[in-house]
Design a protein around this ligand. Structure first.
Ligand code: ADP
Ligand code: MG
Length: 393
């Protein structure tokens, strides 16, 4: 008879990934996430629409991560700033830094990337760039470097390791996250790593933002198809309920197996729900019916577009490729070519339509940096994509 050995999780550099019970909720969540990891993304949303939606979700992600740390900008305020400037807000450095960090991660991460000290340092410099150091601001005295003094974490009973032990612990952490964990431990590794990073608190500030950005990098590294057609907002797992996030981190500070497993379950369930919800944005029918057409209605009711403009955009959104040439205005009863170019010119001026390819003659609707953004945020909220946390004062 074969003796079944009791497994004891995976242990690496004194950071342990405990084994969940086979059949537990956590094991099922991991199985579901593994399916999502490799699922063929069968979305039919045209890419020029998809990437705008992705931009919008980056706005939600960065704002959410900044708000967890006490940034008071609400989503409505932020949307108004974006509309006023016509570009993403330049004055709000903290949020812009997070956007830059996401861009940096997307550009520099693939399945073989080593998430090492240099990589983490670079991100830390980006997120603290131009910000006042603590205790006043959200910057750092030592951007990209480990802290040289002891710290406390606000609103928590946990004391991170003294700075004398930091280098060793941080190096252990780097080995842990780059170790070739067996497949069944990889998602657990991401969850354990987030807690452990916060537990160690390697920087004088920015540890929360940094840890959440690392989640994003891990998901790209693990092949969650983030760059090739999926949108993931790993922070929204946390900002739907910030107190719960802090409570679960605190509990895991005991480093007991059961508490670490509870943390993993909390984190990975949140992630699974988030991915499933956002995957619906790959479905053209869904995007058309539940997002874009209602957004147009809102814009018309607010008289931001007139009836003719509504008709044109409605026509465009209802097409399979969600794009059109000005010639097609004949289908809407505008036959005179001069009138056609006047009508299209006006929409271009308002920045509501843009060429699909630079300088091209085929146009698509634009909704990320004009007043359509108000409507789309409202509609996204109604469809459960935007947490109230982003708007509460
Ligand atoms: N009990 C806890 N144990 C470990 N980490 C915690 C705990 N409570 C909060 N944290 C983490 O500490 C972060 C705040 O640290 P901080 O360095 O100020 O980051 P940031 O400047 O990005 O806010 C929180 O976002 C959270 O991730
Ligand atoms: Mg801080």
């Amino acid at each position: 008879m074969e003796v079944v050995k009791k497994k004891n999780g995976s242990n690496m550099e004194n950071i342990k990934i405990p084994d969940p019970y086979w059949g537990s909720d956590l094991a099922n969540i991991i199985l579901d996430l593994e399916k999502l990891r490799t699922k063929r993304l069968g979305g039919d949303v045209p890419s020029h629409i998809f990437f705008q939606l992705k931009d919008i979700f980056h706005i939600l992600e960065t704002l959410g991560s900044a708000r967890i740390e006490g940034n008071n900008t609400t989503l409505s305020e932020y949307v108004e700033k974006i509309i006023e400037d016509g570009i993403k807000d330049e004055s709000n450095d903290e949020i812009r830094n997070l956007e830059n960090a996401i861009d940096f991660i997307e550009e520099n991460t693939d399945e073989n990337t080593s998430i090492n000290r240099a990589f983490i340092s670079e991100i830390h410099k980006i997120i603290t760039n131009n910000l006042t150091p603590p205790p006043v601001g959200e910057g750092s005295r030592n951007a990209g470097e480990l802290r040289t003094h002891d710290v406390k974490i606000k609103k928590s009973g946990h004391t991170p390791p003294t700075h004398f032990l930091l280098k060793e612990q941080f190096e252990g952490f780097i080995k842990f996250i780059n170790f070739a964990h067996k497949e069944q431990y990889q998602l657990l590794m991401v969850a354990v790593a987030h807690h452990r990073f916060e537990f160690i608190h390697p920087f004088d500030n920015g540890n929360g933002r940094m840890g959440r950005l690392l989640n994003y990098a891990f998901l790209i590294k693990l092949g969650f198809q983030v760059k090739t057609g999926r949108i993931i907002n790993p922070s929204s797992v946390f900002y739907t309920d910030r107190d719960k996030y802090y409570d679960m981190l605190s509990k895991a500070d005991s480093l007991k197996d059961d508490d670490i497993l509870s943390w993993c379950e909390y984190f990975l369930l949140g992630l699974k729900n988030e991915i499933e919800k956002i995957d619906s944005l790959l479905n053209q029918e869904y995007v058309k019916k539940h997002l874009l057409l209602p957004t147009l209605q809102i814009a018309r009711e607010a008289q931001q577009i007139n009836n003719l403009e509504f008709k044109i955009l409605d026509y465009l959104i209802n097409k399979d490729d969600m794009s059109m040439k000005s010639e097609e205005l004949s289908a809407l009863g505008i036959t005179d070519s001069k009138k056609k170019s006047i009508v299209m010119g006006k929409l271009k001026e308002k920045n509501i339509i843009v060429p699909v390819t630079k300088g091209g003659r085929i146009y698509t609707i634009k909704f990320v940096n004009n007043y359509l953004l108000r409507g789309i945020m409202k509609v996204l909220r109604e469809n459960g994509f935007v947490s109230d946390f982003l708007n509460n004062n």
